[in-house]
Design a protein around this ligand. Structure first.
Ligand SMILES: Nc1ncnc2c1ncn2[C@@H]1O[C@H](COP(=O)(O)OP(=O)(O)OP(=O)(O)O)[C@@H](O)[C@H]1O
Length: 941
């Protein structure tokens, strides 16, 4: 703030005197007038006790004449007093000067009347404020004014806010010595009426009590403070702000105890009043001393003097309006008042304008603003730091949620990846184990097929030897050993060899192979059991992982992904299992086809033998026993009916249909009639063009009660279309020929074992081609060589043992008397048993359960044919000699095969018929690593 010390000037107190009119009491007391106004500024206070004529006391007279700045007598109006004392202060206050107007005088002399006035005669307060706002309003529009007001009282040395009388105020002094009223209420107002309303309200709070001297005596000092701030409406940095304060003080009246006749509270009040007034008088005395004689001014003796410090001895234009009573009864008070007032005239204050340089303020404010901005930035940074620290110590909910969400998401992602890897690993492990299991099962199947083939070789040789070395009691022994050799692992040790009949090389090799194969089977079974145990553990592990999803993975989407992943792998595993079952079933069909092939070949051989014998009998007119004749008739009737052929055809159709269902992943239970019709039609196409037959009746037994499927739509249809007459057909093609047009077992297995997509596997399984020509050729040769050897040996047996044919009187069930039939049944049983044992040993348990319904059917099929003979026999009429011409039945002799050129497509040449694709008789041919049984080609006749 710019120092304006050089601009101050000394301003003497303005002291005015107002002499009120006589009060009623004074008039009643018949008091005389002692204070006489002489002119505008002089007052003569006459001693009422002096006699005007007492010349002797004239020098000691107390009559005094006082000169004041203004003297008002009873005729003076409120307006005159105001104008003469206060109005001139208004302009100074607005300009930034401090001013004080206080009323001083004994009690009841009209101080309040002068300051506050009456409604009809308002006092200085109102007039000053009215003029103040009027001046402000009339001032230059370039100036801005702000007016504040406050109103307080000092009662018994206690400061009270009259506009807000709730508490007690305290006086404080700043470092520059300026007196501040802490906690005072300042109201900003814009007009005098509003201030008047505040004054009325405040005066009601002021302490007033009736006294002997004044019915409305004020028992406190009242101070009305008006502050005016002025500034120029300009952006000029040199603009000035002026702050002027106007104090208008209505002092409590000094009083004499004798006059007021107070006691108690009133006396105490009077004492405080007098003390404060005394302090004020002392200050005035001190301030009024001229020159260097001024003594210390003790403003701190009372709150009144502290509050009026500036007004008395500082920066203020001060007007003192002394009040006296004109009555002689108040002479002493009037005299003392006049003396104090007159002394106050000597007081000079250093008046200066309270001017604040705006440019300085702007710079200061700019600096302050800059400092504040820095402080704000510092505080903001500090707040942020504290927030960070608080967040670190006690994070809020949103941050926690966000952090938790982020952490959870990150954790969930990590967990998801871990679970996914574990799941994939578990499923891959499962798949690998399942593939290994399939491979083991395949190996087992191959081992058993090979075992079967070797057993057939051995069995054929043993039977052949038995016929040659036929002796009573010896034959039974041979047959018995042949049936039980497979189950007996000590076969070699228990075998009784006939030293007179050295065993051929192929039989020896077959025995060695069987021994090796059995060892392989045991080893494979052990590996399979271990693998199944591991697979079970892996399944359990995958299941436990899946159960952990909801606990470890919070995200629903990720859980869903993992569930889908699990489901996908489960489906893959399930599909693998289904394909494995399909392959197993197809293998069963292959086995059945193989058996059927042998029967067909044997049947054709037998038919040829029968026809040759019949021709021989007829040509040589050989007598035939009746029993043999009847058997021949039964045979002829069977051939005429074509039951066997129809059953073969039916089996062929069903086999192919089932195989298609297995390959296509369909369930046999869902095989509908349309599929059967389609299969029948395709089976007809697949047969040789020369083959002419109608779809056979299902009725196997001739007089069956049709408890089989004769009522099914397909069968009804075929029955209607079928011819009742004996079917003419060519026994040309075995069902296994059709195998070339179906996926091979090995192809399917390889597709399963190879880790490729399911669709690709399916496509591959559906498009797999046949085996190599060389392999097919070898298979065909081996297969047919077995049948050829068996047929030749049986032919020899028939020739040599014709005398042992069963007699018609013997029980048809006693086949021991019919070696060929018995042998056939025995071979069938051996093959069936082999097949059952193979399935029981190596197929999965669930497959066994399904097979339990199939195997008896297979066996029933075999047994039914036998029972068919049994049940039909009693009904067969007396045999009639019937020549069965070959051209009538058109039965070809047992086909002799020759090898086709290797450079051409592998075909089998069948004499009299043509060329046909070779078949794939057994799955054993698919096994290259197992020791292939050889040495059969030398038997091809
Ligand atoms: N100039 C005046 N003209 C007419 N009446 C007056 C005048 N001065 C005072 N009075 C009357 O005299 C009486 C006392 O006046 P006032 O209350 O103002 O005295 P005071 O000095 O304030 O007394 P106290 O100190 O006890 O408060 C009042 O009734 C008032 O109306």
């Amino acid at each position: 703030m710019k120092d304006q010390n050089k601009e101050f000037h000394y301003q003497p107190f303005t002291v005015a005197l107002r002499i009120r009119p006589f009060s009623e009491a004074e008039e009643d007391e018949d008091s005389s007038v002692t204070a006489h106004k002489v002119g505008e500024q002089m007052v003569v206070l006459m001693d009422p006790t002096e006699a005007p004529d007492d010349i002797l006391r004239a020098n000691r007279s107390r009559e005094r004449t006082f000169i004041f700045d203004a003297v008002f007598d009873r005729k003076a109006t409120q307006e005159e007093v105001y104008v003469s004392t206060t109005k001139s202060l208004i302009e100074g206050v607005i300009s930034g000067y401090n001013a004080t107007v206080f009323a001083y005088g004994p009690t009841g002399t009209g101080k309040t009347y002068t300051m506050l006035g009456m409604d009809s005669e308002p006092g200085i307060y109102i007039r000053t404020l009215n003029d103040l706002f009027r001046v402000i309003e009339e001032s230059n529009n370039s100036l801005d004014y702000t007016v504040f007001m406050s109103y307080l009282e000092i009662y018994n040395e206690i400061i009270r806010d009259l506009l807000n009388p709730a508490g007690v105020l305290e006086l404080r002094e700043d470092s520059k010595g300026n007196i501040q009223i802490a906690g005072i209420t300042e109201f900003s107002t814009s007009n005098a009426e509003e201030i008047m309303e505040f004054l009325r309200k405040g005066n009601k709070q002021r302490t007033q009590e009736p006294t002997a001297a004044n019915r409305t005596s004020s028992r406190s000092h009242a101070v009305l403070q008006v502050t005016v701030k002025q500034k120029i409406k300009s952006k000029d940095i040199n603009e000035e702000v002026c702050i002027g304060k106007l104090f208008m003080v209505d002092l409590a009246g000094s009083e004499r105890a004798s006059q007021t006749r107070h006691c108690g509270k009133r006396m105490k009040e009077g004492a405080h009043i007098n003390l404060s007034l005394l302090a004020l008088g002392n200050c005035i005395n001190a301030l009024s001393e001229k020159g260097g004689n001024r003594s210390h001014v003790n403003f701190r003796d009372s709150k009144l003097t502290r509050l009026l410090k500036d007004s008395l001895g500082g920066n203020s234009r001060t007007v003192m309006i002394a009040h006296i009573s004109p009555a002689s009864t108040s002479f002493e008070e009037s005299r003392a008042t006049l003396i104090y007032a007159y002394r106050a005239k000597n007081i000079k204050t250093r008046v200066k304008r309270n001017l604040q340089n705006v440019s300085y303020h702007i710079a200061q404010y700019t600096s302050i603003i800059s400092d504040l901005r820095k402080e704000i930035e510092h505080l903001e940074e500090k707040i942020k730091q504290q927030e960070r620290e608080k967040r670190a110590e006690r994070p809020n909910i949103s941050d926690v949620q966000e952090d938790v969400h982020e952490t959870a998401s990150s954790y969930s992602r990590e967990q998801m990846n871990i679970f996914r890897e574990q799941l994939i690993s578990a499923f891959k492990e499962q798949m690998e184990m399942r593939r290994s299991l399939l491979q083991l099962e395949n190996t087992n199947i191959e081992l058993h097929v090979d075992t079967l083939r070797h057993l057939i070789t051995i069995t054929d040789w043993e039977q052949d030897r038995a016929r040659h070395d036929k002796k009573p009691g010896q034959k039974i022994k041979r047959d018995k050993t042949a049936e039980n050799r497979l189950a007996d692992s000590t076969y070699e040790e228990n075998e009784e060899e006939d030293e007179s009949s050295p065993e051929p090389h192929e039989v020896t090799v077959a025995r060695e192979e069987i021994s090796m194969l059995l060892a392989e089977q045991r080893k494979t079974a052990y590996l399979k059991a271990e693998l199944e145990k591991r697979l079970s553990n892996t399944k359990l592990k995958a299941s436990q992982l899946e159960q952990l999803f909801p606990k470890q993975i919070s995200s629903e989407e990720q859980q869903e992904v993992l569930r889908l992943l699990c489901r996908m792998h489960e489906l893959e595993v399930e599909n693998t299992g289904l394909q494995a079952k399909a392959l197993c079933k197809e293998n069963v069909l292959c086995q059945k086809d193989f058996v059927i092939l042998h029967y067909q070949q044997n049947s054709a051989l037998c038919e040829e033998i029968i026809q040759l014998q019949q021709t021989l009998i007829e040509d040589n007119k050989i007598h035939v026993p009746e029993s043999l004749e009847r058997l021949y008739q039964v045979h002829s009737l069977e051939v005429e009916k074509g039951t066997l052929n129809r059953l073969q055809q039916f089996q062929f159709v069903i086999s192919n249909t089932l195989r298609d269902c297995l390959v296509n992943g369909e369930s046999f239970r869902h095989l509908n009639m349309k599929q059967l019709e389609k299969a029948v039609a395709e089976s007809r196409k697949s047969f040789h063009p020369l083959a002419k037959f109608d779809f056979p009746l299902v009725r196997v037994e001739s007089n069956s009660d049709s408890k089989t499927s004769a009522s099914t739509p397909v069968l009804i249809q075929t029955r209607q279309n079928s011819s009742v007459s004996p079917t003419t057909f060519h026994l040309l093609q075995t069902p296994t020929f059709q195998r070339l047009n179906t996926p091979s077992f090995k192809g399917n297995l390889q597709s399963l074992l190879s880790p490729r997509p399911l669709e690709a596997q399916k496509r591959h399984s559906l498009s797999v081609k046949g085996l190599s020509p060389e392999l097919l050729e070898e298979i065909a040769v081996e297969t047919k060589s077995i049948s050829l050897v068996a047929a030749r040996r049986r032919l020899r047996v028939l020739h040599s043992e014709s005398s042992f044919l069963v007699d018609e009187e013997k029980s048809p069930t006693s086949l021991d008397h019919c070696p060929p039939i018995k042998k056939a049944v025995s071979n069938d049983n051996i093959l069936a048993e082999l097949q059952v044992n193979t399935e029981k040993s190596f197929f999965p348990s669930e497959f066994h359960r399904e097979r339990q319904t199939e195997i008896p059917i297979e066996r029933r099929y075999t047994n039914k044919r036998s029972r068919s003979f049994e049940t039909i026999l009693p009904e067969i009429p007396k045999p009639k000699p019937q020549k069965l011409h070959r051209n009538k039945f058109d039965i070809l002799p047992y086909p002799k095969t020759t090898l086709a050129p290797l450079n051409s497509k592998s075909f089998l040449k069948i004499k009299g018929i043509g060329t046909y694709p070779s078949s794939v008789p057994t799955t054993a041919a698919l096994k290259p690593h197992i020791g292939q049984h050889s040495g059969r080609r030398d038997l091809i006749g």
